[in-house]
Design a protein around this ligand. Structure first.
Ligand code: ADP
Ligand code: ZN
Ligand code: ZN
Length: 806
């Protein structure tokens, strides 16, 4: 038998399967979807078996060396999905396969140098020989990193066959094994043995009675017997020696949630609107209908309850469901809502888990131990075999698009998988993306609307404050008088406040008042942000940091001033103006530690603080009954970004932040501060008027030729020398012009808003098109061409339907 194998070399243009002979002894074992180790050129590589066949058109084939898995890690469906991803996102097939698996399943390559002739090695290359462990072996990486001056000798020794180079492919994916103890003999024998013990062996007696009273099959990890039941290791050891107990290694799942079981919940009686939305979804599930629903429901309308009841139906039919939630809203609160309803049937996948934990959650899905996968973007690849429903909450979130290869959008993958499984997709949002809403208008998707909050509480009133007016009247503070008075009022009443500012750090830039110099990152074309702790200037793009200078590095004057406002500065101001207020600041800087995010939210939930101040991190999903005031300090911060989605993002963010107020019994209100209070994105958000915003924004998109009226393809080029990047961009534009139809609009080369990141200069080309059959072939040609010549440091990436243009 012959296997067609995709080999793990994503960078080269070998994006096709290679034929390998399956050794006799493995012929019944190898199946499509398994990972194998194969010789490739002079190396060994991980590969994926894509299919099997009897004959090959090639003469002499190499043989599969080893099979990594005993069960295919990719199902037939996922293999197809991988090929489709490669086609539609222009990535190598093997990258698509790898993207669908937990990171630990990627191969680890080791290169080992072995001394073939130790005497010769000693004689000819004495200093190199010293590095060889017990005269025999050393890892190539060690020489490359620590003793690069020996590399030349390594090559000579290799040429003379004094040493050899061997490659190993390691497998990082390991199930966790723990030592567990169980009864080795039937209960009667344990009882007898216990009776036979003398009075001094109290401890052994205790252990025996524990096992006598337990289920005969009980098998408990040693660690648990010691920690929870306070038995000692010695006592257990004695009983094992007497063959009354036995110990062996068992596989254990790392369950990150095992210690926090939420209270179980039952389905809630639905409101009329909820019922109306749920019924067609249930019908589709029952009929295995491949339909896409867009559930447009205001914040607090009870969409999650609809998801839960739909999933319940799926489970009842013996099928499985995937729920995608943006990484940032995948809080314990959110997870508990699913665990509370479906308990151990739920696997959770998000970036807060360790690699091992992620692998275990994945295995539970693959082995059919759970029915529901809740997770961020990549959970869309959950290897379920009988999908009955896919839900994407907050479907407008740009984080559903992966920003490096494979550049897939989870929504597209969901729709593709659902088609294959014959099941519905539910996209939910209070502020659907323009693309999705337009599809619903055209009846491509089925629109479900929830216009009312589940408890019929009105949407909070929103007041827009004109910051220019405040300035004119002499208020230079970051708080308008209206907002400040309301904050004081809530503090007095013991209610809670959420303040939102989309910029972290203290000041957004540092400028010399004498000569106008702005301090920029030496590696990126962007100003540095001042962070008060440690008086540091940091680059938010590459992480570069330096101490804030006392004097201007250009003219030496001491008139360095800090401009712009970040969350740290707001915190300082709050402490100064309202010393009695307890403030929690939540941004990247305060939540870096694992679990930091949840900890701060829990504190706020327990009312250990009055004010929660944060970046977009706090915009979503939070539900605190005591919050009655939400303040947006600078609504314009996203509005003027050079991106055609700036208005849409501003509208979404403002709507979401506003949704945090008055969700429960206490009525809430919202204050939005802005320098452009008449902008439609701000006004429409203040009126909770999605339809109006959609209408206005669609007209602009139509006029400027942006999605959803046109598709976009964005080509990014970077090089350490600007001329090289520009030159390549020029050539790409002319290739596009020569190959595409006249109706395609081709732009570029242009320099994006941030012209340099991490010492690499950036250029972009863009294509706007409606129907362009020639586009993909040309893009493939471009990518192949520039990959081949790309050894000189040019980097090219192609992003179809980009969500970020900067
Ligand atoms: P959304 O996701 O649409 O913003 P949620 O699903 O978070 O709304 O619902 C908001 C709150 O309303 C939650 O606390 C939820 O438990 C509650 N809720 C939703 N539906 C019902 C219902 N039918 N009866 C009682 N409470 C409900
Ligand atoms: Zn200066
Ligand atoms: Zn930088």
């Amino acid at each position: 038998m012959i296997a067609e194998v995709y080999v793990d070399i994503p960078a080269s243009p070998v994006d096709k399967p290679f034929d390998y002979q399956i050794p006799e002894k493995l012929s019944d074992f190898v199946r499509p979807g398994m990972r194998v180790i194969v010789p490739f050129g002079r190396t060994k590589r991980l590969g994926f078996v894509a299919s099997l066949k009897e004959e090959s058109s090639f003469g002499k084939l190499k043989t599969i060396e080893r099979v990594v898995d005993n069960l295919p890690v990719l199902t037939g469906e996922l293999l197809d999905l991988g090929r489709w991803l490669a086609d539609t996102t222009l990535c190598p097939t093997v990258s698509a396969f790898l993207a669908m698996l937990p990171a630990v399943m990627k191969a680890e390559y080791h290169k080992i140098l072995t001394a073939e002739n130790t005497e010769q090695l000693q004689l000819r290359f004495p200093r190199l020989a010293q590095l060889f462990l017990s005269g025999k072996m050393i890892e190539w990486d060690v020489i490359e990193k620590k003793h690069p001056e020996r590399l030349k000798e390594v090559n000579e020794a290799l040429d003379e066959n004094i040493i050899s180079l061997n490659r190993f492919v390691g497998n990082q994916a390991n199930a966790r094994k723990v030592l567990a103890v169980s009864a080795a003999v039937p209960r009667e024998r344990l009882i007898k043995a216990a009776e036979g013990l003398d009075a001094r062996s109290i401890r052994q007696k205790e252990v025996l009675s524990f096992f006598i009273e337990s289920d005969q099959q009980l098998q408990l990890p040693v660690s648990e017997l010691i920690k929870k039941y306070h038995f000692s290791r010695e006592t257990l050891g004695r009983l094992v020696k007497k063959s009354l107990l036995k110990q062996e290694f068992i596989e254990q799942f790392r369950d990150p949630y095992v210690h926090r079981p939420g209270p179980p919940t039952r389905p809630l009686p639905l409101t009329g609107e909820q019922k109306q939305a749920l019924t067609p979804i249930l019908n589709s599930i029952e009929k295995s209908e491949n339909r896409v629903f867009l559930c447009h429901g205001v914040t607090g309308s009870g969409k999650t309850e609809i998801y839960l009841q739909a999933i319940q139906k799926v489970i009842a039919l013996g099928k499985q469901a995937i729920v995608l939630v943006p990484e940032i809203s995948l809080t314990p609160q959110m997870v508990d809502r699913f665990k509370g309803r479906f308990g151990a049937e739920v696997a959770v996948m998000h970036s807060g888990l360790s690699r091992g934990e992620k692998y275990d959650e994945w295995r539970k899905i693959r082995e059919g131990l759970v029915k529901v996968a809740v997770g961020a973007r990549s959970a869309i690849f959950a290897p379920f075999e009988r999908l009955g429903l896919i839900i994407i909450d907050e479907e407008h979130e740009t984080s559903y698009k992966q920003d490096d290869s494979p550049r897939y959008h989870a929504r597209d993958v969901a729709i593709y998988r659902a088609h294959r499984h014959g099941c519905p997709v539910v996209l939910g949002s209070a502020t659907p993306s323009l693309e999705s809403y337009a599809r619903a208008q055209k009846k491509v998707y089925t629109l479900l609307s929830l216009k009312d909050r589940f408890n019929h509480h009105p949407m909070p009133p929103v007041e827009i404050v004109d910051l220019r007016e405040e300035m004119r009247e002499g208020n230079h503070s970051m708080f308008s008088r209206v907002l400040f008075n309301k904050i004081r009022d809530r503090l007095k009443k013991g209610e809670q406040i959420v303040l939102f500012l989309n910029r972290r750090g203290y000041s957004t830039f540092v400028m010399c008042r004498s000569c106008g110099t702005v301090i920029k990152c030496p590696h990126c074309d962007i100003s540095l942000t001042y962070h008060h702790a440690g008086r540091l200037l940091k680059c938010h793009y590459c992480g570069y940091e330096e101490r804030a200078p006392e004097t201007c590095p250009a003219c030496g004057s001491d008139s360095m001033r800090y401009f712009g406002t970040g969350t740290q500065k707001v915190e300082t101001e709050l402490n100064r103006l309202l010393p009695e207020a307890r403030v929690i600041r939540m941004d990247v800087d305060t939540t870096r530690q694992k679990g930091g995010h949840e900890k701060l939210l829990r504190q706020f939930g327990e009312q250990k603080a009055d004010i929660l101040l944060g970046t977009q991190m706090i915009a979503k999903g939070l539900d605190f009954p005591k919050v009655t005031l939400v303040g947006v300090l600078a609504a314009d911060s996203m509005l003027h970004l050079p991106d055609f989605r700036a208005s849409e993002k501003t509208f979404q963010l403002l709507t979401q932040v506003s949704g945090r107020a008055g969700r429960h019994d206490l009525p809430g209100e919202v204050v939005i501060q802005s320098y452009t209070p008449d902008h439609y994105a701000i006004v429409d958000a203040a009126h909770h008027d999605y339809a109006r915003f959609y209408h206005e924004e669609m007209q602009i998109r139509h006029r400027l030729g942006y999605p959803p009226f046109y598709f976009l393809a964005l080509i990014n080029l970077t090089h350490s020398e600007p001329a090289r990047a520009a030159d390549a961009a020029e050539r790409i534009v002319s290739m596009l012009k020569n190959n595409l139809s006249r109706s395609a609009r081709i732009y570029g080369p242009v320099v994006p808003a941030i012209a340099r990141i991490k010492d690499r200069y950036r250029y972009q080309c863009m294509v706007k098109y409606k129907r362009e059959p020639a586009l993909f072939p040309v893009l493939r040609k471009i990518s192949l061409h520039f990959q081949n010549t790309g050894k000189d440091g040019l980097q090219l990436s192609i992003d179809l339907n980009p969500v970020v243009l900067m």
